[in-house]
Design a protein around this ligand. Structure first.
Ligand SMILES: [Zn+2]
Length: 164
């Protein structure tokens, strides 16, 4: 279990589309255990493999109140989405930034466990938001890619100010 460095905006790595995992091997289990350690150390409630520079479709998350139920999902996909809800969100790859984002209220997500067995997760609330955020990462999408032009300009100003 190794805590890896988190890739931050504006690294072009974050815009990469992650590849589908084909091999459910020891290497995958090691990747997931590193990702969980990195997520908790940050601390955060979700992490995608691309955020540690690995372009594989793998996400980890823990939306439990106690923060002691790490879960992983391989090749996650949203197969059903319902409703709309606005809520504030942050991203470990954009430290210090939070903004309101519109997301689906409920989602049905499919994927695979570490053994390659198909799984489905039906989610609402924080878990639904977290899954949608992490699945966006596997497609090379960040929260700012969901912004309107004006909001994105405001973000860029915030980022430039932070880095001067
Ligand atoms: Zn993120």
């Amino acid at each position: 279990m190794t805590i890896r460095e988190i890739v931050e905006y504006p690294s072009p790595i974050l815009a990469q589309v992650s590849a589908t995992v084909e091999n459910f091997d020891k290497e995958l289990k090691e990747l997931v255990s590193d990702m969980i350690a990195t997520m908790y150390a940050a601390p955060g409630i979700g992490l995608a493999a691309i955020q540690i520079g690995i372009p594989k479709s793998v996400i980890v998350f823990d939306c439990s109140e106690e923060g002691n139920s790490p879960q992983s999902l391989i090749n996650p996909k949203i197969i059903k989405a319902e409703g709309e809800v606005n809520s504030e969100e942050g991203c470990l790859s954009i430290p210090g930034y939070r903004e309101t984002i519109k997301r689906s209220e409920r989602v049905l997500v499919s994927g695979f466990d570490l053994e390659g067995k198909p799984v489905e997760i039906s989610a609402d609330g924080l878990l639904s938001r977290c899954l949608q955020h992490e699945i966006d990462h596997t497609k090379g999408k960040l929260i700012i890619d969901r912004f309107s032009r004006i909001k994105k300009d405001m973000f860029i100003k915030w980022f430039q100010k932070k880095n001067t």
